[in-house]
Write a protein that binds this ligand. Sequence first.
Ligand SMILES: O=C1O[C@H](COP(=O)(O)O)[C@@H](O)[C@H](O)[C@H]1O
Length: 257
Amino acid sequence: MSVPTVIIHRDADVLAKAVAARVITRMVDDQSAKGSASLVLTGGTIGLATLAEIAASPARDAVDWRNLDIWWGDERFLPGGDSERNETGARKALLDHVDVDPARVHVMRGPDSGMSAEESAEAYAEELRRASRPEDHGPAPSFDVLMLGMGPDGHVASLFPGMPALYDTRPAMAVHGSPKPPPTRISLSLPVIQAAREVWVIAAGEEKASAVRLALSESGSMQVPAAGARGRQRTLFLLDRAAASKIPASLGRISSP
Ligand SMILES: O=C1O[C@H](COP(=O)(O)O)[C@@H](O)[C@H](O)[C@H]1O
């Protein structure tokens, strides 16, 4: 697992624009090198702001959207179209504005599919297994970029502190009793997150500062799930100044104006 690099931007607005530019460049590079790319989306405030900035960028047309696999790190188990679903937010902010291949937009299905949360999670796990290639050496693709928002409690995807899902080794699982509504969710597991080539934890705001400090410390992922958010080749903590305000000065970091 890689050691995190911390990059700090002035505020949430600059952070979202900078992450958007980073996503576009990374997808273009991966598509140039291997023909296609994979991107895991996150819900949450800064995650959706980032997607809106990608949509607003003239450089978005440099991405071959039809040759991109889009996945989610987690989903709130709500019917399709519900405004609280991460999918709904992502469609509104970005996916409705670019020419994605619907077959390559891998959604976690809600109760309107007729499936229980367990069945939906298993269907997603199966989709991940099918997409895995021999070089991935595991039950899910090694995603090129996996973005994660982070809660003030240090949760990432729908992996909340102290919850059994943190020990789950299936590619995706149902989560019940989430402390943040809605209570039922679907999440990628920690091993799948850690198999991604690059993991980007994105956080803005002072309310995230303590969790950011713990996520960059020696904390265990059971106490602070974001402490387990590490990519195989690279881990980035992309922060605004407020979210970075409690990081010890000793920790290497790069700041933009
Ligand atoms: O519920 C969720 O919350 C987190 C973080 O959201 P934020 O609004 O505090 O930024 C998000 O990363 C996750 O995908 C989502 O389901």
